[in-house]
Design a protein around this ligand. Structure first.
Ligand code: ADP
Length: 600
């Protein structure tokens, strides 16, 4: 175990402690009491044998027996009470513990981390391992290690008188203790080696375990089933699954063999040491250096010590693998956000007069050398509808990501009311935008919560949003009104909605948010022509006096906008209303003509 391992473990331990202070204290107390408890009878037995041999002090002996047994009983009652509580926590807690912190991090870290393959990997590994209950496992390992360390210490304390026997050559005791230490070391080294090999075998197979999760996910989703059936992919899937299970079986067999080998070595070493201990203590008793009672106490203490050393070796192996898990967990949770977090509050204005301006903005995606936005200058006209058109890949969606600060600009600056948007409190800044992304997400939540993006919401306003986007025609589908679950994947009495209906739900969500800026990225892509016309006609009503930005590659759908920006390779190449742009020679006219041929 190196320094980094210890740092990772300490990080994980602190995280577990932060969340489960009381349980961790109980774990420590339980370890101490368990260690003490295991010696009470041992010491008592040695005492009883000696008193019985001397035929003396029977009454006192009875008193000591009763008091000791009462103490043992009390310890056991306390232990049972503590352990029941610990077990209860462990039953509920392990899977949830790490996932709670990981979820929080995954939902709040910089958006750009999401597109970094290393972070993706890290996220997957951390989540997968948290699933196996790393927090609870660490508690169990902590308890076991602590118990064994305390137990070994007690054994050494009990054996101290052995080193003080002046009649015996101290060399014998030192000799036997040295042999035991060598056996302990041998046990430790073989134990740790073996555990490492078992862990490596497990990690070598981690891709297989990941794939097992992939199939679990595949079988729980409806979407891929269409491809499997229609494209006749079942044989390919079965073939892959069989290969996967053969791999998992082989890895588990290897892990099992290593486990058996480890047990065999451990037991052999333990038996040899027990034999040595009993030979030595019997020799001392034969030489009348110690009493029969002491033979029992010392021999049992030494065996206990060996057993604890053994378990510590296994514990170290476990700690080593916990450290490997902890490494991913720590790296993920300590990922640094690059985004500057401003603190200026956003002015609250009922009149929605927020002026946004792009000043010489250029942008390239992290890790890419290519500029996708080039020296962009533009000013939104407050309360007007602006359209952005252009070919695929011309930078339209990237423009929205920059506006919403999912990414920060590489050069130049975006200003809100004259102040760099990076200086504003990010959450307050986000409150200014209601966005329907091209790849919007609808969750398996009740309809009302999906639209309000909150679990407590204003039903009247949700219904108004539903009316505005024309979802009110779906009354027979909304069997439980706003409580109807959208989608069937997580809830059998949920309701499936078509792509177009889902798009309307996403638009309703933007309307409900009632933010000063409404941004729609291809908002009608999944709508049929009738529904599209409905959205356009209702657009004025939907956005009211707000500033609207409307992105589409269908030029006809942008005609109703006051101002149209034509994007090409990350730059604005034309600017004006529909008629003015058509009158010019340029990209807009070309795109218009090309589309007119298909839509005519
Ligand atoms: P549009 O919305 O106009 O179709 P985008 O803004 O999505 O275009 O993309 C503009 C350019 O940026 C494209 O060349 C695209 O390949 C590239 N791009 C988009 N997203 C990323 C990303 N996450 N990383 C690197 N390049 C990207």
């Amino acid at each position: 175990m190196n320094r980094e391992d210890l740092k990772n473990l300490w990080f994980l331990w602190k995280a577990v402690y932060r969340q489960e202070k009381k349980t961790m204290c109980m774990v420590i107390l339980s370890a101490i009491l368990t260690a003490i408890n295991s010696y009470i009878l041992l010491v008592l037995l040695g005492y009883i044998i000696d008193v019985a041999n001397r035929h003396a002090g029977q009454k006192k002996m009875m008193q000591i027996i009763i008091v000791t047994l009462l103490i043992k009983l009390l310890i056991e009652v306390i232990l049972r009470w503590i352990n029941e509580r610990i077990n209860k926590v462990l039953e509920e807690y392990p899977q949830e513990f790490a996932t709670r912190e990981l979820n929080r991090k995954a939902l709040t870290f910089d958006y750009q981390h999401l597109e970094d393959p290393h972070v993706q990997d890290l996220r997957f590994r951390s989540f997968q391992r948290s699933f196996y209950g790393i927090g609870g496992w660490l508690m169990i390992v902590t308890q076991s290690m602590l118990k064994n360390i305390i137990s070994m210490t007690i054994a050494v304390v009990i054996m101290i008188p052995m080193f003080r026997l002046n009649q015996i050559k101290i060399g014998y005791t030192i000799g036997i203790v040295s042999i035991l230490l060598v056996l302990i070391m041998l046990n430790y080294v073989t134990g740790v080696n073996n555990t490492r090999k078992a862990m490596n075998t497990y990690f070598d197979a981690s891709n297989l375990y990941n794939k097992k999760l992939f199939y679990l996910d595949l079988f729980s989703k409806i979407e891929p089933q269409k491809d499997i059936r229609v494209m006749r992919m079942e044989n390919a899937v079965f073939h892959d699954i069989n290969k996967l299970f053969r791999g998992v079986q082989e890895s588990e067999k290897k892990q099992g063999e290593l486990y058996v080998r480890r047990q065999l070595t451990q037991k052999t070493i333990l038996n040899i040491s027990t034999l040595l201990i009993y030979l030595y203590t019997s020799f001392c008793a034969w030489a009348r250096l110690i009493s029969i009672g002491q033979v029992v106490t010392y021999a049992a203490s030494m065996s206990q010590m060996m057993d604890c050393a053994n378990k510590l070796a296994v514990g170290f192996g476990h700690l080593k693998s916990a450290a490997m898990y902890a490494a991913d967990y720590r790296e993920f949770l300590t990922l640094q956000d690059a985004k500057y977090k401003g603190t200026i509050p956003v002015e609250k204005r009922r009149d929605c007069k927020f002026q946004v301006e792009f000043e010489n903005v250029s942008f390239k995606y992290p890790g890419s050398e290519q500029y996708v936005i080039k020296n962009l200058n533009l000013k939104f006209v407050i309360g007007k509808k602006m359209a952005i058109v252009g070919k695929n890949g011309s930078g339209k969606s990237t423009f929205i990501k920059l506006l919403c600060r999912l990414y920060d600009v590489t050069e130049g600056c975006i200003k809100l009311n004259g102040i760099d948007i990076r200086k504003y409190d990010y959450k307050e800044y986000c409150d200014l935008f209601a966005v329907v992304f091209q790849d919007f997400s609808i969750f398996d939540f009740p309809m009302g919560e999906n639209i309000a993006a909150a679990s407590i919401y204003d039903k009247k306003r949700v219904k108004e949003a539903i009316d505005k986007v024309g979802l009110n025609t779906l009354e027979d589908k909304l069997t439980q009104g706003l409580d109807t679950i959208v989608g069937k994947e997580c809830c059998s009495d949920g309701v499936n909605f078509s792509g177009g209906e889902k798009q309307k739900i996403a638009i309703a969500r933007a309307i409900y948010k009632d933010a000063p800026f409404v941004i729609m990225d291809e908002p009608t892509a999944a709508l049929d022509p009738e529904a599209e016309a409905e959205v356009f006609e209702g657009f004025d009503r939907m956005v009211g006096n707000k500033t609207a930005i409307y992105i589409s590659h269908r030029l006809a759908s942008c005609r109703f906008c006051d101002d149209i920006l034509v994007f090409d390779e990350g730059a604005v190449v034309q600017h004006g209303n529909h008629e003015a742009l058509l009158a010019e020679e340029g990209l807009y006219g070309k795109l218009w003509d090309a589309q007119a041929r298909y839509y005519a």
